[in-house]
Design a protein around this ligand. Structure first.
Ligand SMILES: Cc1ncc(C[n+]2csc(CCOP(=O)(O)OP(=O)(O)O)c2C)c(N)n1
Ligand SMILES: *[C@@H]1O[C@H](CO)[C@@H](O)[C@H](O)[C@H]1NC(C)=O
Ligand SMILES: CC(=O)N[C@H]1CO[C@H](CO)[C@@H](O)[C@@H]1O
Ligand SMILES: [Mg+2]
Length: 679
């Protein structure tokens, strides 16, 4: 590839347009865009993408893992003809703007939300996994429906964060040759020189992961060298590539090479000298020469639109030649699940035996995997105890490994919970309605919290299969027993946090989780066996909370989740013997319940009798629903599960005695449901 004056003009334009956004907002990060503009230009002028159809499934992906450099991304999106006007750029970082302080998933052409360092590179690994699976599933001789690349930019920060090591190690194992990562080796972070804390040889580390590693000595202006490295990376079919690109942070600024240009807007005099040095009018901001727009039309927008058209024609023929696969893919691209898929969800009767909900979850997988080819998941090395793999599953593995192939839908994540979660977000963001799930102990979903937060914030409907959900784990002890975990996740906006009590409720959790388009789910599952509850059903449980046992003139409502619902049922029997009438509410998911109409909610958590929650977790999340809470506000204990339950008073008699206290305390008082509120 050869470059001329027009390319240099384009690079200068991108640099200036990026720093202009930051200066106008008087907030943001000019340093990285100045250093990475040349690489951005080289990548984007060969990106196979259609700005008029940003969701086109066969597009190349571009992930800005160093999300603080987003002014660079907005410049590229604008120049390439995505729906980003110059006025949008002028509103950088303002309330309601299309150019927020960090890139957000819902914006046209923005592949994932980035900003928390380290996440983007992992999302890129997830997209590369999804692309391989997509291609292995749908490509046929003469019909290449997907052969795209995933490009990601990342900085020192992303490489210091541990999560990137988890995902990069897996990417090397999986031989993801479709992944090209460009590392902005500027040796600067906020604190100053990286030498204050970061001495390792990153290139050797990535070689050890099984990556191809290339070095561009002069990323500031050697477009040819950058292009040559990318060309070489594209030839690396069975290894992901890291291009270590040495740059100067803030290139062109008076503060180039210093941490002061990382996150402080350039001052007026600096802007002027830079514009002048780049051959622009020093007085004018937000300038894009027509030749630069034309270049991006010629190199990206036009060929991208044409490629999208050709793809549409190819897919039309494909649907004739491969009607079944074609219809399946068309359905997935429309974002719909197969009609009647949920008839495959198992239901149970009270006569069915007691089963651990983690086992019930496995039965769900077993029943639906064939129906839903978009389901792709795995676990963080807890396959046998987490029960996340259906019997016939093929592992997603490079064919040469002998362990599986890329059409496989079961991913061996290794003991990398955080990496797994961030990869799931990337798989989901790839499109084609991929439903990513990942299993680990509930307690270790907290290890992945940084990525769970981004699932919820971005609205990736991924599923965390979270087994061993309480002190019911027993002997493994307090290190493995969740206490605060659900309170944390329940406090997170846009996250379903299920704790099903039996088989019907487990099916309900998966029904809502899989049908959800913009909300992720944590499904907390028990290690111990739980009875099938008289009165449970999928239809009731999908509402998040429902009356399991009604009584007239109740003295108390006991509300519980998961393993404590059957405990509450047993406690109600003890209470009945003492003449105390308890009604039972099961509340497997707060979010689904919160979304119900107020009159329904009040019919469940009703006025007239005190409400006591029963859950072997912290009481902290119950204030909104219960007058009183019986829980565990300390860490757990090691011992046999039934003994640990007893130790904390979670027996039918223990629950009944707390309930008695509550009943006598509220006796004669006018009791109003906590759901009645002014605001
Ligand atoms: C997880 C996380 N921790 C901390 C930050 C705050 N932060 C933003 S940029 C940055 C420094 C990043 O350094 P580098 O990746 O080298 O970027 P450069 O300064 O070269 O642009 C930090 C610590 C963050 N965004 N995410
Ligand atoms: C589960 O749900 C089905 C149908 O929704 C119902 O017939 C069955 O009785 C329920 N099982 C239990 C244990 O209540
Ligand atoms: C079946 C089962 O529960 N197996 C194992 C689950 O995982 C933990 C590992 O931490 C073991 O203690 C269990 O034996
Ligand atoms: Mg840096």
């Amino acid at each position: 590839m050869s470059f001329g004056d027009i390319d240099r003009l384009a690079v200068s334009t991108i640099r200036l347009l990026s720093v202009d956004q930051v200066s106008k907002a008087n907030s943001g990060h000019p340093g990285a865009p100045l250093g990475m503009a040349p690489a951005a230009h080289v990548v984007w002028t060969q990106l196979n993408a259609n700005p008029k159809n940003p969701d086109w499934i066969a597009r190349d992906r571009f992930v800005l893992s160093n999300g603080h450099a987003c002014a660079l991304l907005y410049s590229l999106l604008h120049i390439s003809g995505y729906d980003f006007s110059m006025d949008d750029l002028k509103n950088f970082r303002q309330l309601g703007s299309k150019c927020p302080g960090h890139p957000e998933f819902e914006l046209p052409g923005v592949e994932v939300t980035t900003g928390p360092l380290g996440q983007g590179i992992c999302n890129a690994v997830g997209m590369a996994i999804a692309q391989k699976n997509f291609a292995a599933t749908y490509n046929k001789p003469g019909f290449t429906l997907s052969d795209s690349y995933v490009y990601t930019f990342l900085g020192d920060g992303c490489l210091q964060e541990g999560v990137s090591s988890e995902a990069s190690s897996l990417a090397g194992h999986l031989q993801l040759g479709n992944l090209i990562a460009i590392y902005d080796d500027n040796k600067i972070t906020i604190d100053g020189a990286t030498s204050v804390s970061f001495d390792e040889d990153v290139a050797k580390r990535y070689e050890a992961y099984g990556w191809e590693v290339l070095h561009v000595q002069n990323g500031n202006d050697d477009l040819e060298a950058i292009a040559a490295a990318i060309a070489k990376a594209k030839l690396s079919k069975d290894k992901p590539t890291l291009i270590k690109m040495t740059t100067t942070i803030g290139y062109g600024s008076l503060h180039a090479g210093s941490h002061s240009v990382h996150g402080s807007p350039l001052k007026e005099d600096d802007l002027k000298q830079m514009r002048k040095a780049f051959g622009f009018d020093p007085e004018k901001s937000f300038v894009v020469p027509q030749e630069v727009y034309d270049l991006y039309q010629a190199k990206l927008a036009k060929p991208g639109a044409k490629a999208n058209q050709d793809w549409d024609a190819c897919f039309a023929k494909y649907q004739q030649k491969y009607p079944e696969l074609g219809a399946d893919l068309a359905r997935r691209l429309s974002g719909e699940l197969p009609a009647n898929w949920c008839s495959k969800l198992p239901t149970y009767t009270p006569a069915d035996s007691a089963v651990a909900t983690r086992k019930l979850s496995e039965i769900v997988f077993q029943n639906i995997y064939d129906e839903l080819p978009e389901m792709i998941g795995g676990s963080a090395d807890l396959t046998p105890s987490n029960l996340t793999r259906w019997k016939e599953a093929v592992d997603f593995q490079p064919p040469s490994s002998g362990f599986g192939d890329y059409s496989g839908r079961y991913i061996r994540y290794g003991i990398r919970e955080h990496g797994m979660a961030a990869i799931m977000n990337g798989i989901s963001a790839f499109g084609a309605n991929y439903k990513a799930y990942g299993g680990t102990f509930l307690n270790f979903v907290s290890y992945a919290a940084g990525a769970v937060r981004l699932s919820a914030l971005s609205g990736h409907p991924v599923i965390y299969v979270a087994t061993h959900d309480s002190i019911g784990v027993g002997e493994d002890g307090p290190t493995h027993q969740p206490i605060e975990t659900l309170a944390h996740f329940r406090a997170m906006p846009n996250l379903h946090v299920w704790r099903p009590a039996d088989g019907n409720e487990t099916s309900a959790a998966y029904k809502v989780a899989l049908e959800s388009k913009h909300t992720p789910s944590v499904i907390a599952l028990s290690r111990q066996n739980l009875p099938q509850l008289e009165g449970s059903s999928v239809e009731k449980a999908v509402r998040g909370g429902y009356v399991l046992q009604e009584v007239n003139n109740a003295d108390i409502t006991l509300v519980g989740t998961g393993s404590e619902v059957s405990l509450a049922v047993d406690a109600a029997k003890v209470l009945a013997d003492k003449g105390i009438k308890a009604r039972i509410v099961s509340m497997p998911d707060f979010l689904a319940f919160d979304q119900q109409p107020q009159d329904y909610k009040l019919s469940v958590l009703a006025d007239g009798a005190p409400i006591m929650s029963v859950e072997v977790l912290t009481t902290k999340s119950w204030g909104k629903y219960a007058h009183e809470s019986f829980g565990i506000d300390s860490f757990g204990a090691s011992g046999k599960a039934p003994e640990v339950y007893k130790h904390f008073g979670f027996t039918p008699e223990g629950v009944a005695s707390k309930a008695e206290k509550v009943v006598s305390f509220y006796k004669g008082k006018d009791v109003c449901s906590p759901l009645n509120k002014a605001i």
